[in-house]
Design a protein around this ligand. Structure first.
Ligand code: MOS
Length: 763
């Protein structure tokens, strides 16, 4: 849709609005972190350990140091002060807490053990390859079976007596579900360009949180926050892998200080499989109990999650379990199992995505045991309130998600017996899975400036990770002022701007909306006061509250119906001559602009919001086609319905959900990072061997938003989208696979080997 045919003013909220930064992306004008270049810049290349556990016995960099162009070699015992990050209060998060090169130990394959800085990238690569490291190697522990864990398993969310209820339940289910390590594969590689001016650091980063990155790096570098500036204006996605700083940032900043030259470092695709996070392996035992007529009486969700040797990242698989269904007896237990892998990280829908694969698969299996339709089974067990927190839901329309999705996919024609449905000579199967994700309003400050050139500038130290945050700001300003989108300049991705939220947890949109609105309204109020008070103003002597801004012009209230003076050649939109342009008011007052700041108060400090359970909901219905003769499985259709509050930009919102469903399809059928048990190396650490869905793999995808506003979260009723789109896809697909083939896959991804066990053949 062209910008000039968009709905006008307040109508732009909820419309399909093309990204205002779209052309910068498609023309290659938008620069990612390592696209930045400076005079005198040098290149750093890291050296990775090729053992998974052990000690560096010796490291010989003598050849590298003499090679052409080499200006610095860094390794254990040779790195200028970088400190360990430890959060002040709850302020700041780092991914891998151990600073680079801080001891001679190797904790995981691929760990950085050295880095070479040289005049050119090629010189740095050649010198890095010449570094000789000898190790005392031990056998790394990268076992995928996590059952050997015998450590502490804290209970959470316990209510009633789940064990007693399970023992006495009429119908029970006890199954274990496994999800593998998955690696984030954003388009943009991780990387840093570090510039030091003798006092201040400017770090060009790919980060989902410029503010957090500054907090962390100021401590790592041992300087005040004021001396660190993080710039991340465009990001080629993150999916959680770029939430918190990784070691390459410290290496680049330290080298820039040592050399007093700008330093660029890039983490290549292969390195990203070991050094910049992953979704950890999970193993989840689900026990369910129900009455004969299908009312849940007990839920036990006991899970193990793999983590690294030094960091305590937990994949919170049980997070959605306490409130999704009504059930009087419930408990979740967690076990954190250490392996020789790099630090895991949040990955799209952390906790919920593997957690709901387990819970929703179990729900589908129990429905079969009960001989109940799985949609009916869910409707019967829907929760009226959050029984985990004992709070009412702010807004929950999960039932409508199920019934709408069932209608759209044609669920009533499904027959539950495996292999009972056929189309065009192929077996078909249908399955479903529910989705949920937490909602919150996190703090944000934004400033809005009415400029004398007739433009409006908005500034906020959040960032657009590809989801459309730039455009959301512009929509809010346009809705409040009528200033056209092409006269709105949005400045994000710079820690020197007013403090904004991390782009994580699908919470950026709900955080920025109130701050941007308050700032705009406050700037406009000042403008109207000035318009009413200036002696030369046509509004002199009027009450400011009787004035308004519309179409970017100051006018009397009630005068907003345009006096048409012509029609735009471009848009066909009527041109009005009501009032005067806001920049004329600034000119009359001899002002260089009017700036106002707005703040978003967090929901966790809001007495009203604290009385509610805030979540988004959804579900997916999947259809697969199965051709046993050639062992070919294809996902042929996915219908997804979401209850995520009001959608602010239907274009960007739908785009987010489509991407998330595609990631869910990858999780179901392809994605798995495999570690070699002898060395600990991720052996499929490249795009040839780590399979992600391509366009050819994609079915017909159908996204529906119910669009019920949730005003507890903010005045727009918007909760936030993105991560929820991936939750529930995998159980829908594996359930459809069962319906088509008779094979229940409880360990992802679905493999051809699993499907060959099918006893359903051509009739
Ligand atoms: Mo999301 S995993 O918080 O980027």
């Amino acid at each position: 849709m062209a910008m000039d045919t968009l709905p006008h003013a307040a109508g732009i909220i909820g419309a399909v609005v093309p990204r205002i930064d779209g052309s910068l992306k498609t023309t290659g004008t938008a620069r990612y972190a390592v696209d930045h270049n400076f005079p005198n810049l040098v290149h750093a290349v890291a050296v990775q350990a090729n053992i998974g556990k052990g000690r560096i016995r010796s490291l010989d960099a003598s050849a590298a140091e003499k090679m052409p162009g080499v200006v610095l070699v860094m390794h254990h015992g040779k790195i200028d002060n970088v400190y360990r990050f430890y959060p002040h209060e709850s302020d700041g998060t780092i991914s891998e807490a151990r600073p680079p090169f801080s001891d001679d130990k190797v904790y995981y394959w691929g760990q950085f053990v050295a880095a070479v800085v040289a005049e050119t990238l090629e010189q740095a690569k050649a010198a890095a390859a010449s570094i000789k490291v000898e190790y005392e190697a031990e056998t790394p522990d990268v076992k995928t079976d996590l059952s050997d864990f015998d450590g502490e398993r804290p209970e959470s969310w316990k209510r009633g007596d789940p064990d007693k209820a399970l023992a006495s339940a009429a119908i029970t289910l006890d199954q274990t579900y496994v999800t593998p390590v998955e690696t984030h594969n954003p388009m943009e590689l991780h990387g840093t360009v570090a510039v030091w001016d003798g006092e201040n650091y400017t770090l060009y980063e790919c980060t989902q949180g410029v503010v957090n990155h500054r907090v962390v790096m100021s401590q790592v570098l041992g300087v005040p926050r004021e001396n660190v500036r993080i710039i991340s204006r465009f990001i080629g996605s993150g999916f959680g892998g770029k939430l918190f700083p990784w070691p390459q940032s410290s290496i680049a900043a330290s080298a820039a200080r040592t050399l007093n030259r700008p330093v660029k470092i890039s983490v290549d695709r292969r390195m990203m499989f070991s050094n910049t996070g992953h979704r950890p392996h999970t193993q989840q035992r689900i026990r369910l109990g129900a009455t004969q007529d299908g009312k849940l009486t007990a839920i036990r969700h006991d899970f193990f999650t793999q983590t690294s040797q030094l960091d305590d990242f937990v994949e919170h698989c049980g997070e959605q379990t306490p409130f999704l269904y009504s059930c009087p007896n419930l408990v979740v237990t967690t076990g954190m199992v250490r392996r020789n892998v790099g630090a895991p990280a949040p990955m799209r829908g952390p906790g919920a995505v593997p957690g709901l694969f387990a819970l929703e698969s179990a729900m589908n299996e129990l429905a079969e045991k009960l001989k109940m339709d799985p949609v009916e089974f869910r409707l019967k067990n829907d929760a009226e309130r959050d029984e985990g927190k004992n709070l009412p839901f702010s807004s929950r329309h999960l039932k409508e998600c199920w019934t709408t999705g069932a209608e759209k996919i044609g669920w009533k024609n499904r027959t539950p017996e495996p292999g009972s449905m056929r189309r065009n000579g192929k077996f078909t199967g249908l399955g479903l899975g529910s989705a949920s994700w937490s909602a919150a309003r996190i703090p944000c400050t934004a400033s809005v400036e009415l400029c004398p050139n007739g433009r409006v500038c908005v500034r906020c130290a959040t960032q657009d990770i590809g989801t459309g945050t730039y455009t959301i700001f512009a929509q809010v300003i346009h809705a409040a002022t009528g200033v056209p989108l092409d006269r709105i300049d949005v400045f994000l991705g710079d820690s020197s701007l007013p403090e904004g939220p991390t782009s994580g947890g699908s919470m950026a949109t709900s955080a920025v909306l109130p701050a941007a609105t308050t700032a705009t309204n406050s700037a406009v109020t000042r403008l109207l006061h000035i318009a009413a008070s200036l002696p030369d103003s046509p509004f002199h002597g009027m009450k400011p509250e009787n004035l308004a801004i519309s179409n970017g012009r100051v006018m009397q209230k009630g005068d907003q119906q345009p006096k048409v003076v012509g029609v735009s050649m471009n848009s066909g939109r009527q041109l009005s001559a009501n009032g005067i342009p806001f920049e004329e008011v600034l000119k009359m007052a001899n002002l260089s602009g009017i700036t106002a700041t707005g703040k978003t108060a967090p929901s966790f400090e809001d007495p009203k919001a604290k009385q509610y359970s805030l979540h988004s909901y959804g579900c997916h219905f999947a259809e697969v086609e199965w051709e046993p003769e050639i062992a070919r499985l294809r996902v042929s259709r996915v219908v997804s319905v979401f209850d995520c509050g009001r959608i602010i930009n239907k274009g960007a919102g739908t785009n987010q959900m489509l991407g998330a469903v595609v990631m869910g399809l990858g999780m179901s059928l392809f994605e798995e990072t495999v570690h070699d048990h002898r060395t600990g190396q991720p052996i499929n650490n490249n795009f040839a061997d780590y399979i992600v869905p391509t366009i050819a793999d994609l079915p017909d995808l159908d996204i529906t938003f119910l669009d019920y506003p949730d005003y507890i979260v903010n005045e727009y009723g918007a909760r936030g989208i993105g991560e929820i789109g991936m939750a529930g896809v995998a159980p829908a697909i594996t359930d459809a696979v069962y319906n088509a083939t008779g094979v229940r896959v409880r360990e992802l991804p679905v493999r051809i080997e699993d499907l060959l066990k099918s006893t359903i053949h051509e009739a």
